[in-house]
Write a protein that binds this ligand. Sequence first.
Ligand code: IMP
Length: 425
Amino acid sequence: MSVTIIVGSQWGDEGKGKITDLLSRDMDMVVRYQGGNNAGHTVVIKDKTFKLHLIPSGIFYANVLCVIGNGVVVDPAVLIQEIETLKTQGFPVDNLRISSQAHVIFPYHRYMDQAQEKKREAGRIGTTCRGIGPCYVDKFNRRGIRISDLYNEKVLKEKLAWNIEEKSFLLENFYKFEKKIDLDQLINEYLGYAHGIKKYVVEESTTLVDEAVKKNKNILLEGAQGTMLDVDQGTFPFVTSSNPVAGGACIGAGIGPKAIDEVIGVVKAYVTRVGSGPFPTEITGKLGEELREKGGEYGATTGRPRRCGWFDAVVMRHATKINSLTQLAVTKLDVLDDLEKIQICVAYEYKGKKIQDFPTDIYRLEECKPVYEEVSGWQEDTTKVKDYKDLPKKAQKYLKKLSDLAGARISLVSVGAERGQIIRI
Ligand code: IMP
């Protein structure tokens, strides 16, 4: 019986959906703790691919209670769409719960996101334009509207009126972004959504989680994005607007740090990044393109091509440190199957000196050069391997090197997108 956090160790898209789905089999509860529909968690079951943006990846098991925690920002239209899609595919979704404390995304959040990106021009972050950042801004500015407010028409009206007045002024006068927002129309639309999700909403989601902890249930706290996109610990300002790191799980699920038993860092056997911002081990040219194609490295939410790079142990050590990782789940090892030579970034060179710690100031980071160690590839198909000892020796060596550099043991290795393509160590 334990509480486990699943956290992305790089810039997101590490394959957290698959690992969460896999571990959910033994869980009683899965709680998504931050982010919104900027995330895209892919789960492949036989020949079907599911892309979840908001609903926890444990939803495919009817006996697992899946909670959208207080730390998530919810676009109710997207949520309803996701529920309907799952239902038509044979999953009843009766096991979903939504925290009444989660904040709600409104169209003006998306408009602000788009307008800010447009105005930033060359300095744009490359957000998903789903309104995630502006929604969190309202939360921290204490102007946000929570799920519970959707069931109090008077409060909803008051809060919306204020927000619409403010956003309309900014959009029109500062951002020169033409969008009219109609209060009555928005209220009707959102009251409709509120009705649609009412049966899933729980008043006190933290009590629900706490009861599960007290009953010694198995609980998984599922993060979105990754450590390097964390607003505090990542490559600021090229980050998302929440805390994907393990500490964020306590806040976004409403659970104390002493209740956590395990923290699993999900890490790709190489690295990808979508959106702008520094990426020291980025591979440009033909090899980068080949990796992208082989790994299907296109955003699950926006379809944007992901930038690909070599495994970066400096980033990994940062993730181990920040998240207190106890285990690693290495994904997409098979994508490297064909390579003759593989580079591993073991340190950075900064002003002529070797450094081991990740520089969180991006201006310092821009001056860093990766220090690579070259290893031989295994050039064998790993996609059918079920047992660690059946992996090519060179692949085992590569994994051991990754684990040593990261300072955490590997407990899972994924060698393909399908549920069964996993090696437990
Ligand atoms: P936002 O979260 O939409 O504000 O985007 C901020 C940054 O985080 C951008 O670089 C996005 O590409 C990146 N990002 C947001 N969500 C994900 C994700 O689920 N995977 C990978 N990158 C993401």
